[in-house]
Design a protein around this ligand. Sequence first.
Ligand SMILES: O=C(O)CCC(=O)C(=O)O
Ligand SMILES: [Fe+2]
Length: 291
Amino acid sequence: MKAPPLATTQPNLLAGDALERFVDAITFQFNDLQTSRRCFLRAAWALHHHGIVRLRAVASSTQIEAINVEIRQLLDEIERGDLHRLERIAHLNLPDQRVLKGYNQFRDAEKAVINYRVKRPDGRSGSDAGMIDIFHPERLSAGLNQTIHACLQESLVQKLLQTSTFNRLRVKCRNIYLNHGVEDTRSYHCDGRSMKFKSFVYLSDVQSLADGPYCFVPGSQRRRRLWWRNARFNKRHGLGPFEFSQLKDSSAICLFACAGDMVLSSQRGAHCGHPQHPEARRAVLVNMYQR
Ligand SMILES: O=C(O)CCC(=O)C(=O)O
Ligand SMILES: [Fe+2]
């Protein structure tokens, strides 16, 4: 007999005016953050309270284009099967040729890692199959090193995190996510229970659900009882402890943004990448901060 489907529930995804009003309240111009102490403190408070902010115009279109050009060249080489240059500067974890295994090996690698996500062997959903996850993209070339650092604005982000959390957080890992028609994304989850933030600099415009925006349940990073309720359900039903499978009574926002904007988010909160349209493309530069 087939097991009954698991009663997992999704949050209510805000749309229209309600979404716009909410996201406006957590949006700040990056330039104002640099020049106005009042704006900086408002952003730090919003990040503390809601667990997420959107910062407009962090990177210029020239910087974004410079990154995209190098990434396009690299993907071209892979698609043509011309791997000579890349094999020297990166570990290539291609679908049919795996050289490294598991997050820790990718994070601790001395070179960049170009990792193609593949379907899970057991066929479980949420594999992000088709996504290309580049670890340490700043190590691919001197040009990328400079541009990526300029776009990430690490010292201002660290100050904002310190004001918001009273903790000094360090950069742990930089990535570029390339999603091309990724339909089977991991559902709502948190990246563990310890204090962890990610900044996402959008390298492409993300203006509709089809583009696969980052989604977040505001305030969920502070709701311990919500996490416990989910953890108990997960344990009973054989799901991992960090899945947010029970979000029926919560609301989520999707973070639409332009290339050059940054979303800064507490990864203890419930979040996911929205499934994409098969033809859609999204690119983001990611930075992880931890104690
Ligand atoms: O693809 C996304 O937008 C979210 C991925 C994610 O869950 C993460 O970076 O922790
Ligand atoms: Fe995550």
